[in-house]
Design a protein around this ligand. Structure first.
Ligand code: SAM
Length: 444
């Protein structure tokens, strides 16, 4: 079906989109499907073809699989992400040193695509605070990060003004701003119904407000990454110019993107167009904050750091992690993130902090689903390997007969990757998958 854009859309973008016919035609072509590999769970060298040119962990797929019916998706071995969005990694690579343990905020993070990218890039160093203000979307974000399994992450649900009180706290802030969404029209034609010039102005005003609210939380010399999936100048270059004027910040050049044919360098920042590259519409710009920012002292809260860790046997290199107790139960956190938690737990509404390890019932450990999916889980725990059909039945939360001669808590694996816990009794394997995680779709 050939595309028919909303009223005034062409006039609105005429000066921005140079070849309107090619642009329109790209909306009638097949949409590229891409995933980004979780390098802590899947060897990226196993999939060597169709690499996204600006992200070596990105892969184009030949066709769109049914992700719901792939246990490897539920195991967090990859994230289905449109390719242009993967370009933020180029900024991290060029302007941050993961060995310096940066503290990174993903301010507008749900459903979690860019957060999983940042978690992968950090590779257990530093800390990612992944935030989503809309409560109903924050749960999905938490699930994405649980699947991804990185221990050095915190999920919060606060508005930017509250996060802005964390004065000078973050080495890097990503603002992947809520926008009018024109860059996604090819993927989501329904989004066109909500587009209007008025909606663009409304989004631009909100984007300025978000930047104003969050700017104090960036450290002197810290990096701000601003992105949208809109084509409108008002939401892109004009916001970048607002940042330059308001905060005396210079936009940064991104070497990798400069070198890629098809990535369009605009007056300020970088644009991705579906007729020029294999991906959807996207805008990206990065800044370094002026060093003259005055820091204020932040308050802290006490955290119950346990002296001993009854979950230690379930964890690889257990001595390099700490067990903390909070309103979230028992969480395993990295030593590096712990000092930051004293501040974060004081200021933010936290939904997830590290990896929920589970509960203690007397001397018995009841492991949490988060631990099964985490990258800190011990590789030599008892496990049960399932084929596709049994794995999907388990993901539908069926109990399976114990034909495995198994006993007690076992990691359920598909193609050697953990996706849940099962508790093996004499005749059956009880299903440890949280009810809200079960797949509802019929399996053949
Ligand atoms: N970064 C996400 C990813 O890669 O999966 C996509 C984020 S989406 C473009 C923008 C997010 O901003 C949405 O989840 C939306 O709920 C959130 N949002 C909406 N209004 C907001 C506001 N006033 N301040 C901060 N975030 C907001």
């Amino acid at each position: 079906m050939s595309i028919s854009f909303p009223e005034n859309f062409k006039e609105h973008l005429e000066t921005t989109i140079l070849n309107w016919d090619d642009f329109t035609e790209s909306h009638n072509q097949e949409i590229p499907v891409s995933i980004r590999i979780n390098s802590s769970k899947l060897n990226e060298n196993l999939l060597v073809e169709n690499v996204v040119s600006w992200n070596e962990k990105g892969r184009y797929l030949k066709q769109r699989p049914d992700f719901t019916l792939d246990p490897l998706f539920h195991a967090g071995t990859y994230y289905a992400q449109e390719a242009s969005s993967m370009s933020i990694e180029a900024v991290l690579d060029q302007y941050l040193e993961k060995e310096n343990n940066p503290v990174i905020l993903d301010l507008c993070a749900a459903p979690g695509g860019k957060s999983t990218l940042i978690a992968d890039w950090l590779n257990n160093n530093g800390l990612l605070v992944s935030n989503e203000v809309i409560k109903s979307r924050a749960g999905v974000l938490s699930e994405s990060l649980t699947r991804w399994g990185a221990p050095n992450t915190v999920v919060s649900s606060n508005d930017p003004l509250q996060l802005g009180k964390l004065n000078g706290f973050f080495d890097c802030i990503l603002v992947d701003a809520p926008c009018s969404g024109s860059g996604m029209f090819r993927k989501d034609r329904n989004a066109m119904q909500h587009w209007s010039e008025q909606a663009v102005s409304h989004c631009a005003a909100r984007q300025e407000r978000i930047i104003e609210d969050i700017w104090p939380a960036l450290k002197p010399n810290g990096i701000l990454i601003y992105s949208t999936c809109s084509y409108s100048e008002a939401e892109n270059e004009n916001i970048a110019k607002f940042i330059m004027q308001e905060y005396d910040a210079e936009p940064l050049s991104i070497q990798k993107l400069d070198e890629i044919e098809g990535v369009f360098k605009s007056e300020v920042g970088y644009r991705f167009y579906p007729h020029l590259i294999k991906g959807e519409g996207f805008y990206l710009v990065a800044f370094r904050k002026n060093p003259s920012h005055k820091l204020t002292k932040l308050d802290q809260v006490k955290i119950d750091v346990k002296k001993s860790n009854p979950f230690a046997e379930l964890i690889q290199l257990a001595s390099s992690y700490k067990l903390i107790g909070s309103h979230l139960g028992n969480s395993i956190v990295t030593e590096i993130m712990l000092p930051h938690l004293y501040t974060l737990h004081k200021y933010l509404h936290i939904l997830k902090s590290g990896v929920n390890a589970g509960e203690l019932k007397g001397n018995n450990v009841i492991p949490n689903h988060e631990l099964a999916l985490s990258t800190i889980i011990h590789p030599d725990l008892p496990s049960i390997h399932l084929d596709l059909n049994l794995a999907l039945r388990f993901l539908k939360k069926e109990a399976l007969p114990n034909t495995f001669n198994a006993n007690g808590w076992n990691l359920m694996k598909y193609q050697n990757v953990n996706f849940a816990w099962g508790n093996a009794l004499q005749n059956r394997i009880n299903n440890g998958l949280p009810k809200s995680w079960r797949i509802l779709k019929e399996i053949d």
